[in-house]
Ligand binder design. Structure first.
Ligand SMILES: Cc1cc2nc3c(=O)[nH]c(=O)nc-3n(C[C@H](O)[C@H](O)[C@H](O)COP(=O)(O)OP(=O)(O)OC[C@H]3O[C@@H](n4cnc5c(N)ncnc54)[C@H](O)[C@@H]3O)c2cc1C
Length: 384
């Protein structure tokens, strides 16, 4: 399937790719209109993906994963956009690659048993609760507090923009345990959403990613036992930064492949659609536009694969992952905008998936750290 152009993908990866692709194209894509309209997809999708072994493809077998390397995650992230709903893909990637890896890395055996194992089976839905109304890019600016009270913590505050927020069973939650220490005063918790005092506020109406829910969350005197503290108290900011690497990497992988799918469909459209007595590809300007898009996506893919390779080998990759996220966020949007243009009026109507991809892709340079923040990170690493 990959014709060994990229030798990192083995026959086993290719088999996994086929399984994910078949599932996305046959079981999910036919429902795209309905689930986009409903602004949510069924909970069973998590369970089905859990049973198929997709959610835990790179987690160790002890926690119910398949024990695969990061290239399985790459395959998974690349094939998900074939469901034609970036919202669904994002919700699933929150479950598999954003809210849960840190539990595997720093969680206790009991925490893994209670939260991670059912999440990888798709039985418990996970969310990642970091952003707040007053703190998005500025993670260290969060104000939600977790105050120690005997053997418990009492959580008070508010989160916003939380994917899977309306129906998560637990949240990997960032809260402030020390008001006087900006970076060392943040801790991570595993927060069960049936805790008294927890409330889901507005479900946010977004311009894209319609099939996923994004919510405001409120915490009022929510008492959780201290065994739900994840890792060490005060290490939360550093765990979040560590966790961001995987999150940004899957963003770059899924963004590149999502844009490639749109380009492939656009090529087919341009070969079939005629104007002035010839197919659109009969115009040199169209062919050159297509070549430019293909070249830019190949560059995105190569940089993203390089970052994936570093990440997989445990080599520090913050620079390359930030670059990949930055480049893909901006390139995918401009490529899909060009695809929309090549569709003419057909690009501006809901029929077909270009319009949806155009709306959905706008998120890539905002979510999981904006393009400006990626540039800040890279410039710091360059000691400018
Ligand atoms: C659909 C969606 C889903 C999301 N899902 C989640 C989720 O599941 N969990 C979660 O915790 N968060 C989630 N987020 C939040 C997301 O991570 C933030 O929106 C993002 O980090 C930006 O934060 P902000 O919206 O507060 O923007 P701000 O931080 O207010 O930024 C506004 C603008 O200022 C720029 N800016 C800010 N600081 C600087 C600086 N130092 N230098 C230069 N420019 C700067 C930004 O780049 C941006 O252009 C989601 C967001 C969306 C839209």
């Amino acid at each position: 399937m990959t014709d060994k152009k990229y030798p990192q993908f083995t026959d086993e990866h290719d088999m996994f790719r086929k399984a994910v692709r078949d599932y996305c194209e046959k079981e999910l894509a036919p429902n795209a209109e309905e689930w986009e309209e409903a602004r949510l997809f069924p909970r069973e999708v998590f369970q089905e993906m859990g049973k198929l072994g997709f959610l835990g493809c790179r987690f160790p077998e002890e926690v119910g994963g398949a024990g695969g390397d990061t290239w399985y995650t790459a395959v998974f992230a690349e094939e998900l956009p074939r469901c034609q709903m970036a919202g669904l893909a994002m919700s699933i990637l929150v479950q598999s690659d954003m809210a849960t890896p840190i539990i595997n890395e720093v969680g206790s055996d009991e925490q893994k048993e209670e939260f991670l194992v059912p999440a990888l089976k798709g039985e418990k839905i996970a969310a990642l609760g970091v952003s707040e109304p007053g703190a998005g890019s500025d993670v260290a600016g969060i104000r939600t507090t977790a105050k120690k009270d005997g053997d418990d913590y009492i959580i008070n505050g508010q989160k916003t923009w939380i994917t899977n927020g309306t129906r998560a069973d637990f949240i990997t939650l960032a809260a402030r345990t020390d008001p006087d220490d900006r970076y060392g005063g943040i801790s991570l918790f595993l927060f069960p959403t049936d805790t008294p005092g927890f409330e889901v506020g507005n479900k946010l109406e977004k311009i894209g990613n319609h099939s996923s829910d994004t919510a405001e969350l409120f915490f009022e005197d929510c008492r959780i036992p201290s065994r739900y503290l994840l890792g060490h108290e005060g290490a939360g900011f550093y765990y979040i930064m560590q966790n961001f690497q995987g999150e940004r990497l899957v963003g770059a992988l899924t963004g590149t492949s999502g844009a490639q799918i749109v380009v492939n469909n656009t090529i087919q459209y341009c070969q079939e659609r005629e104007a002035f007595g010839r197919p659109l590809t009969g115009f040199q300007v169209t062919r050159h536009k297509i070549v430019d898009m293909e070249t830019r996506l190949e560059a995105c893919r190569t940089l993203t694969y390089h970052a994936t390779d570093l990440f997989d080998r445990g080599v520090p990759a913050q620079r390359e992952i930030s670059m990949a996220k930055l480049m893909v966020g901006d390139t995918a949007m401009s490529v899909i905008d060009e695809c929309l243009q090549l569709h003419g009026g057909m690009g501006y109507v809901e029929e077909g998936s270009v319009a949806r991809a155009w709306r959905d892709t706008r998120l890539l340079s905002i979510g999981g750290g904006t393009s400006e923040i990626m540039k800040e990170i890279i410039s710091k690493l360059m000691n400018l």
